[in-house]
Design a protein around this ligand. Structure first.
Ligand code: AHR
Length: 521
């Protein structure tokens, strides 16, 4: 009898201990410590960059409508889209691709419109490309947006001569056949071009090359891309996709590559369901929601992996990682051309953007440029258009909220938070980063991934005292809430007041499924 009693007592005690232990695991404190008096590297404004390809209606219809269009435009470029992009302080725009770049011959897109060659856009829908949007139109767009140009050259089907001449046409002020041609086409002065890509995805659509082969011809191309007086190119070599660390190793280890490029690109898309069974952009389950963010968080591991290789060969950090394609890739909207990659954009995409930006901010020492795929009407677009109508997507609003991080200095933070659990998988429920701008204002960007749970986050701010706090929040009633042409303001930021700042500690009550930006000054 006594023995039985002892056994029961041990069993009861051990389950109580287990329960307490589980409590400790699931009930972590949710704390973000922020050190404000020892700011780190500058967060390059260019990680908030964009990408517009000749694909579907990104350029044609989305940006370019032609001078004779009834849609209000400046020299053929939509005014509404330009002012929306200026509002988010677009820092740079990548063009003309993507896969399209390695099929693009720039001379097809200059000179009188009626004389321009029509070609087939073999990558994207097999449609006719009339080349009405070419070099002059793109550089006009850059001028209207007041941002830097990022032009991607053709390695896959082009020549060294063709690429060298494009740079000369764009940026030289000397007398030469190319500059005379530019002047004949109506542009007297050279333009400034900051970023120049030496091919795109040359391991795949850009020529199916091996890393060794690309490494060799990249040097050949780069040699002839001149820095003409008054312009300095930041040359971007084609880098890896996802976890292809071998590609990075090959490009970095070759001593002759040392001065041939300043940036190495990296592409990573989150494709929940995989390529064969992609998610719908708006009709998805909570499992899909979770899986999307789990894949988004992988961006951190991927950067870490490539960075570790770069650190070995470039310990002085002279070469940047250029994540010139990222975002969620879902199934196209029903009834649309599969080659046009047109997808809606929901609150899920907004949280995706917040996760990515917080990751990029944390890697500010190495990640120098990033470009969301893509700007208008393609993949995780910030803008959707239909004829003369324009809708700003939830992703757009995150770009606007997070623009305060551009060129600010990263603050050291330490986040401890509870997990968001799905079955046997878990991810951090909170994504966060903080920066200090040139006026000393602190900005904290947060996302609560849990769709059902409000989370209270305590943020001790070490090293500074602030007089006022303000904030904005982006959330909605449903995980799949989105903005449509009939209902364009379902997901939009509102003032946020659920915080307290006392004795140097900010306590924030984050609504479920939300993105928050806070400013302390
Ligand atoms: O962004 C769409 C396509 O995805 C790009 O053209 C290509 O570079 C990538 O595979």
């Amino acid at each position: 009898m006594r023995r039985l009693f002892l056994i029961i007592l041990v069993l009861v005690l051990s389950s109580v201990i287990n329960l307490v232990a589980q409590e400790q695991v699931t009930d972590k404190p949710n704390q973000l410590v922020i050190i404000t008096n020892n700011a780190g590297p500058v967060i390059s404004k260019d990680i908030y960059g964009h990408f517009s390809e000749h694909l579907g209606s990104c350029i044609y219809g989305g940006i370019w409508v032609g001078k004779d269009s009834k849609i209000p435009n400046t020299e053929g470029i939509r005014n509404d889209v330009v002012s929306a992009l200026r509002e988010i302080k677009i820092p740079n725009l990548r063009w003309p691709g993507g896969c399209f770049a390695d099929t693009y011959h720039w001379k097809d897109g200059i000179g009188p419109q009626e004389e321009r060659a029509s070609i087939i856009n073999t990558h994207w829908g097999g449609v006719t490309e009339d080349n009405s949007f070419g070099t002059h139109e793109f550089m006009k767009l850059i001028e209207l947006l007041d941002c830097d140009a990022y032009i991607c050259g053709n390695v896959g089907s082009g020549t060294v001569k063709e690429m060298a001449e494009w740079v000369e046409y764009l940026t030289s002020d000397s007398d030469s056949p190319m500059t005379r041609l530019r002047k004949k086409n109506g542009r007297e002065d050279p333009w400034k071009v900051r970023y120049f890509g030496i091919g795109n995805e040359n391991w795949g659509c850009g020529g199916n090359m091996t890393a060794d082969f690309y490494s060799d011809i990249m040097r050949q191309y780069s040699t002839y891309l001149r820095n003409f007086v008054g312009n300095r190119l930041y040359k971007i070599a084609c880098g890896a996709t996802n976890y292809d660390f071998e590609w990075t190793e090959t490009l970095m280890k070759e001593p002759k590559n040392r001065n041939m490029f300043q940036g190495l690109s990296l592409h990573y898309y989150s494709v929940p369901g995989g390529w064969g069974d992609k998610n719908s952009a708006t009709d998805f389950t909570e499992e899909d929601w979770f899986e999307t963010f789990r894949l988004n968080y992988e961006m951190d591991r991927i950067i870490e992996g490539h960075k570790a290789i770069m650190d070995r060969y470039d310990p002085r950090n002279t070469k940047g990682i250029v994540i010139d394609e990222w975002g969620n890739w879902f199934e196209v909207e029903p009834g649309t051309n599969p080659g046009f990659l047109y997808q809606q954009n929901s609150l899920r995409d907004a949280i995706t953007a917040a996760i990515h930006f917080n990751i990029f901010n944390h890697h500010a020492d190495r990640v120098k440029v990033a470009n969301l795929a893509q700007t208008v009407n393609v993949l995780q677009a910030v803008i959707l258009t239909k004829d003369d109508k324009m809708v700003l997507t939830p992703t757009y609003h995150v770009f606007r909220m997070f623009k305060v991080h551009q060129d600010a200095r990263l603050l050291n933070t330490d986040l401890v938070c509870e997990d968001y659990v799905m079955g046997d998988r878990s991810i951090p429920a909170i994504s966060a980063s903080a920066s200090m701008d040139q006026e000393g204002k602190v900005h904290i960007s947060l996302a609560n991934l849990n769709p059902d749970k409000e989370i209270t986050l305590t943020c001790p701010l070490i090293g500074g005292n602030y007089n006022s706090v303000s904030g904005e929040v982006l959330t909605a009633g449903k995980m799949n809430a989105y903005n449509s042409f009939d209902n364009p303001e379902v997901v939009k930021p509102t003032d946020f007041k659920k915080f307290k700042y006392k004795d140097g500690t900010l306590t924030v009550t984050m609504p479920p499924k939300s993105v928050i930006i806070l400013e302390l000054k």
